[in-house]
Write a protein that binds this ligand. Sequence first.
Ligand code: TYD
Length: 139
Amino acid sequence: MEKSLNPAIVELPRIYDPRGNLTFIQTGDSQLPFRIERVFWTYDVPAGETRGGHAHIEGQEILVATSGSFRVNIFDGRSWRHFILNRPYQGLYIPAGYWRTMDDFSSGSVCMVLASTIYDEDDYIRDMDRFLKISGVDE
Ligand code: TYD
């Protein structure tokens, strides 16, 4: 698994407007290190639930809290990092090869995900032991 890049918050363009602000992201922008192949979002997450619990072999993602807030917990096989997403003009870039969970969803929150690949279950690692093996951490 390629793990040369680091997870990081990316600031997205903000168009201030008295009618309401606007944020966008598009292929070719420097904040987006991949071509978007898929967009999906989770919503109506019950209080106390955890989503995610997997890593991707190839897939890269940017997560955006388009509404509300939630926490993203990222594990590289050795240590965890935590990011609170609560701004619709910020994204969290997750390179391939990182285990992630999402929790602490606020009521009405929406987690929008921009993904570099179409959905393919073969790109998922959903077993922590397998993740640790592939990461080379248990060697
Ligand atoms: P899952 O990966 O468990 O969601 P999360 O990581 O957000 O908790 O996906 C839940 C189900 O949805 C699973 O059966 C696969 C399916 N799914 C798709 O069909 N297409 C998609 O683009 C995604 C992300 C999931």
